[in-house]
Design a protein around this ligand. Sequence first.
Ligand code: AMP
Ligand code: ZN
Length: 486
Amino acid sequence: MQHQLNIYNTLNRKKEPFKAINAPFVGMYVCGPTVYSDVHLGNCRTFISFDVIFRYLTYLGYKVRYVRNITDAGHLESDGDVGEDKISKKAKLSALEPMEIVQKYSIDFHEVMKIFNVLPPSIEPTATGHIIEQIEMVKTILASGFGYEVNGTVYFDVEKYNKTENYGVLNNRKLEDLLNNTRDLGGQNEKRGTLDFALWIKAKPEHLMQWPSPWGMGFPGWHLECSAMSNKYLGEQFDIHGGGMDLAPTHHTNEIAQNIAACGKQPANYWIHTNMLTVNGQKMSKSLGNSFLPHELFTGNHPLLHKGYSPMVVRFFMLQAHYRSTLDFSNEALDASEKGFKRLMSAIGLFDKLKVSDSSDINVNDLEQKFAAAMDDDFNTPVLIAELFDLARTINSIYDGKTKINQKDLNDLKSLIKNLVADVLGLTDDLQAQNDVSPVMDFILKIRNEAKQNKDYATSDKIRIGLNDIGFQVKDGKEGSSWSKI
Ligand code: AMP
Ligand code: ZN
């Protein structure tokens, strides 16, 4: 089947037909996490969105080299040039080595990604593993005249760059407007202009992670690692660069400037940005204190949650919104997704029980076209899921004997659904195991409830702790007790 994939390109603010530079190979770079704390559900949304993009490109036959970095040095608290390095700060607070922090949260990140069925990238490079490449890039930028050194720190000269290039190109912003709106005081007395940003930062003696460089002991600026590593693994120009929308105005804008200053080329042809997961309309973020950790959601162990949800229900909930729309987190929305997910999975579960006929009322080609049209339209997973709900109704109708399907169509339909649901959307039926134990668990909780009513707290606690030991979390709420798999 012929596909014309269209991708919304932040750079040109429109949907454009996707054309790989060197088909069937595709190079894709996505900014990964800064590993100084647990990943929250907002971060997960971004990585799940790019997982689906990676999966769909692979489904279309592209051989994707997917590079997603780990930031383990250089990311300051402010996202700019002020504040402490996030990892060093955490290391000091916990009296640990910075690399112990990096190790702990990288493992945590990988575990969470696995639970959400996010495929590993092809390369996962770290900032500390690419200090030499970053120093080389700073040297090139200095040689091209767009950088300057002051007292061991090297800055990027934004105003000079903007004389020949367009600094605000990614978000279509004029330099004058940006200058009027900046109040960045980082390195203020050293910088020539307020928009200038650090490529290499001089380290104070007590700074935990520092390396020798031509400008003295220091460490790389946060934006530099992605320019250096995308360049190393994907070349001067590659197909797709992505990350959360919050990264576009500064991190990605600076990345583009660095790459153009170093190589004269716009690094990526398509810039893809995912929108934010919000809570009551506000971006979910660690600093705002409104973030949920994945395991809190799985267990329901959070004051704002009335129960736990399985990882696949959460993934399904995320995919029911388009990656460029905001998605607001609420118990009600998750409940609705859980219902929908169950409906879809139980329809798919009927496949092996369907009776075949000699004739068929189903046109698998038409279905394939519809599904493809959704995904080819900028990876529109909510439209694909709506089409899958229609199909679930048809499967139920075949099961009830009201619609006919022949053997060939059934085989084709099964493999189409496997490709789209399991391989592209990355959904597996993790509720099945829960369904199996559900009646038993309800029975145990009923006995526990009776114990509580009789004020036999020893027994009710024994049941709760015993269940916890074998992997089931019990949550007592206003509407009674509920359970979830830990
Ligand atoms: P960080 O570790 O904070 O650098 O973030 C890692 C990735 O998660 C980046 O691509 C961010 O844009 C993204 N991100 C952070 N908060 C959210 C959110 N609330 N919703 C979606 N993506 C987010
Ligand atoms: Zn980056």
